[in-house]
Design a protein around this ligand. Sequence first.
Ligand SMILES: [Zn+2]
Length: 347
Amino acid sequence: MSKECVLMADEAESVFVGIDVGGTNTGAGMVDAEGRLLATVKKRTETSDGDALVRQLAEMVRELLTIRSAKAAFPSSPETGALRAVGVGIPGFLDARRGVVRHAANLPLRDFPLADRLGALLGAPVILDNDVRMYAYGESAVGAAAGYDDALVVTVGTGLAAAVVHRGRLLTGGDLAGEIGHVKVDGNEYACGCGMSGCLETLVSAGGIVRQAKELMRWKPSVLGEWFPERPKAERLQVERTMTAEDVAKAADLGDAVAAEVFERTGRALGSTLAACAALLGTDVMVIGGGVSRAGERLLSPVRRALSERLHPLHSERLKVTAARWTDEAGVIGSALAAKARGGHTV
Ligand SMILES: [Zn+2]
């Protein structure tokens, strides 16, 4: 075999692992050099301390490599030779350049050198970035924004945030870049987890959708009132579940006026903010992802209406607003591909 062939075979063997660390669950996936997802694992996040979390992440990577060698034609031990780099997405404030987690809510990481610690256990380079940026990178590389030069990717779930990919590169812009969820909306007074009140996220998020539905239900009849009757706490049954954004989506499908109004308000509030972002960036494609994007057109239609009312027609006519290809896996794939693109270097 010529030297060239050996190099090509090495490239074909290369794998990259992406890890999406969440406050509750952590997902990890292995992709090949083309970004194809080969295997995934999911675990409840270890939150006792930073080193225990790092050991868990290393264990998940080894598990993925074991799955890979078991699938291979000639199974071998799960050595890390084919593992080229690992990318980790963290929901929090990071010093991505140094691979340090400054602060992450619900995770035992405070000024913690996660990239170095995990890299030492795995013998492979590790890079870190904010979870929303990793998700955006995945949707831009092999998801709904593939083939576009520039993309604005928004995640609507527990919270609301955005990230921009410009010509295949993530715009970083410091710790707070993309935090559109914490821009104050006129006429909104709901208290936000960030310490301010009136933030866009208090409306445009899973909790925001439920909050708006509960308030509207007080004044208007709704099927949600039958599904989730208001009862004093003492009378509530233990098994009674609380309303979710999915319930509001189900009610909207049944033609419920309250649920329809909630999605209209939510989509419009989001679209109004995104109009200013799109005008600044000259965005051609906007991807709406995260758990709440499962609501699909119920959320996307009012976003489009708000955008077309606010942007110049020359822009709004060419602006595509689409649901993400993945609700979860984009974070894992994006982390892996970002690690590949940066070759494991943190700069
Ligand atoms: Zn806020």
